[in-house]
Design a protein around this ligand. Sequence first.
Ligand SMILES: Nc1ncnc2c1ncn2[C@@H]1O[C@H](COP(=O)(O)OP(=O)(O)O)[C@@H](O)[C@H]1O
Ligand SMILES: Cc1cn([C@H]2C[C@H](O)[C@@H](COP(=O)(O)OP(=O)(O)O)O2)c(=O)[nH]c1=O
Length: 196
Amino acid sequence: MYIVLEGIDGAGKSTQINLLKEWLESNGLNVETIVEPTDLEVGKLIRKLLTRSDATTDTMQKTLGLLFAADRLILMDKIEKLESENRVVISDRSFYSSLVYQKPQNWIKEINKYAKIPDLVLLLDLDVKKSVERCEGTDEFENEEFLTGVKQNYLDLARSNENFKIIDANNGPNKVSSDIKKTVAPLFDICKDCIS
Ligand SMILES: Nc1ncnc2c1ncn2[C@@H]1O[C@H](COP(=O)(O)OP(=O)(O)O)[C@@H](O)[C@H]1O
Ligand SMILES: Cc1cn([C@H]2C[C@H](O)[C@@H](COP(=O)(O)OP(=O)(O)O)O2)c(=O)[nH]c1=O
């Protein structure tokens, strides 16, 4: 099972992945978490480029699109192996992030054609103003105008992809976590009504 948390910067992905992992493990499941961009060589280069003032220019966005795709490709064998060992893989981001942050979409789809399609995408939908407030503004993407476009791209994707479930990320951490658990429970035959 390959579950992904998506959402704009500061939506609560890292926070919720930890809570979801703990809960699934308490229900007897083996869970492995991964994150994009990775902390491997390509991921480290990406994080460096994201702080550049020209990060949102067309050329840099295309360069980042290629680097994110390469960083992601390395992960695919790892995900396959983990799934073959009956582990639940929960990822902080996926190729859907490239589809909503980078462009043109057709090219992004092409360079990510070997990326695995997640079984479930939990889209943490957060108000853009809250996102900017929560982020330290370390990377160039963390500005209201850019993130407004990204948020809309996510909602467009959610409308056209069955594997997306939208979670209201404007609530407190516990409510968001409860909504995520209720969404995930049926996938593992976990009692949904037992979730507070
Ligand atoms: N539901 C929430 N309500 C308020 N603050 C939150 C919530 N979830 C996370 N945060 C805070 O917002 C910031 C970003 O959370 P994080 O989980 O790192 O988001 P992401 O991984 O999506 O960037 C952190 O300071 C975190 O403590
Ligand atoms: C995985 C991925 C991330 N990104 C962006 C989203 C973030 O602004 C930035 C770094 O990701 P991340 O560290 O996950 O930021 P956050 O935790 O705040 O969401 O990279 C892309 O533009 N394309 C991608 O394919």
